[in-house]
Design a protein around this ligand. Structure first.
Ligand code: FDA
Length: 386
């Protein structure tokens, strides 16, 4: 039961790390408490796994130290994972904005990682729960399947989202046990809940192409009304930057100036509701614009009316009280502090031989394949060093 390297967590980062270490001739063990590895990969991207983004840069990640991810991203790039996928003849396509998805399903992708593990001589123990970790000269892991000893220990336990498929806080507990700091965690890439009971629950299901700004970052994609708040890709992206204290700004009609258009159409007899209804869903206009404005014709609008309408359309300021929580979130914001880790190897500076990779670290990607790219890149960085 002695290994050079033990990796706790058989997800994206853990498997890529195992392949890299195994190829270097390191005796490598992956410990996974589920009955199979890669469950999150299987359900990701609606079952077709958005496995990378060809436009990946450090700017697509949120972290206390925005430079931390640079070195790892430069050493294992989207081209590297694409090369692996092509070698295994897995069909993929670009959905939009550099997002690469498997054509049919994520299953061949997980099989590819398992084949690579086998070829690299990696041992995988599923249904294996780690009960206790200690360190003297080497690391000792007490598990339900017995004791394992290893020179290098890699923590690849992921974040806290989707507990029903096996997320746990073990990675954070091990970090704390060894005196490493954790940046506070919260669900992210997640729908947000309005801070006041709003009339908008009647709009559940309605989508609008909008530009959403939070924390100085803007995202142009759809927003989707839910029963309790807003979702859709633009809101999920903004959730990485949202805080309870700051309102989110939404431009409901980006690329156009409602003020300029209303001024040009000042002599028109068209109703404001008809004018706005040509750009936005009618149900939304009915709920969003007060009848005393909505029922005016354009030639009846005063300068003040035009200012009010332009503000409503381009600067809708929305307060949210919370997220929809871990059961709905795609990722965890925060995690093991990057100050504690080498950005080249992911090794803990204070604890030689202990590594953290993937989502358990305080590095969170945007929606669109960036989180898997971080898992591959950080897994490769550690796998090259263990
Ligand atoms: P990951 O969660 O993949 O793996 C951690 C592993 O550790 C799991 O297998 C878990 O069971 C295991 N583990 C946890 N605790 C353990 C313990 N105590 N003992 C033993 N094993 C333990 N990203 C992206 O780029 N494109 C996408 O399409 C999607 N889609 C998506 C959909 C959904 C529904 C979710 C929830 C998330 C996504 N993501 C995504 C995010 C992406 O899945 C995520 O960032 C990566 O899987 C993180 O990789 P890790 O290896 O760090 O963790």
């Amino acid at each position: 039961m002695r290994f050079d390297v033990a990796i706790i967590g058989g997800g994206a980062a853990g498997l890529l790390c195992a392949i890299t270490a195994g190829r270097r001739g390191r005796r490598t063990l992956v410990i996974e408490h589920n009955d199979q590895v890669g469950r999150k990969i299987l359900i990701s991207g609606g079952g077709r796994c958005n496995f990378t983004n060809t436009n990946t840069t450090a700017e697509n990640f949120v972290s206390k130290n925005p430079h931390f991810c640079r070195s790892a991203l430069a050493r294992y790039t989207p081209d590297d994972i694409i090369e692996l996928v092509k070698r295994h003849r897995i069909e993929f396509y670009e959905k939009k904005l550099g997002q690469l998805f498997c054509r049919d399903s994520s299953r061949p992708f997980v099989e590819m990682l398992l084949t690579e593990c086998r070829n690299a001589g990696v041992s995988i123990k599923t249904n294996c729960s780690v009960e206790h970790v200690e360190k003297d000269k080497s690391f000792r892991l007490q598990t339900n399947l017995g004791e394992f000893e290893c020179e290098s220990l890699v923590i690849a336990t992921g974040g806290l989202s989707f507990p029903k498929i096996g997320a746990t806080d073990l990675g954070y507990r091990i970090a704390k046990q060894f005196g490493l700091r954790i940046e506070s965690t919260r669900p992210s890439l997640v729908a947000l809940v309005f801070n006041r009971k709003q009339v908008f629950s009647k709009l559940a299901g309605v989508t609008i192409d909008a530009e959403v700004t939070a924390g100085g970052n803007s995202f142009r994609e759809n927003i989707l009304f839910t029963h309790r708040g807003l979702s859709g890709p633009a809101i999920l992206q903004a959730s990485n930057y949202w805080t309870q204290e700051n309102e989110v700004m939404i431009d409901l009609i980006p690329d156009r100036s409602i003020e300029a258009e209303l001024k040009i159409m000042r002599s028109s007899k068209k109703m404001l509701s008809t004018f706005l209804g040509s750009m936005l869903p009618e149900r939304f206009v009915e709920l969003f614009v007060l009848p005393k404005l909505r029922n005016k014709s354009l030639d009846q609008l005063s300068r003040i009316d035009i200012d009010i309408i332009a503000n409503m359309m381009h600067k809708w300021s929305v307060g949210f009280r919370e997220t929809e929580g871990w059961h709905k979130a795609e990722v965890t914001l925060g995690g093991v502090s990057t100050d504690e880790l080498s950005s080249k190897t992911m090794e803990a500076i204070k604890v030689p031989g202990l590594y953290f990779i993937g989502e358990v670290i305080d590095v969170t990607g945007w929606l669109g394949g960036y989180n898997f790219q971080w898992a591959w890149s950080s897994g490769y960085a550690a796998g090259s060093s263990v």
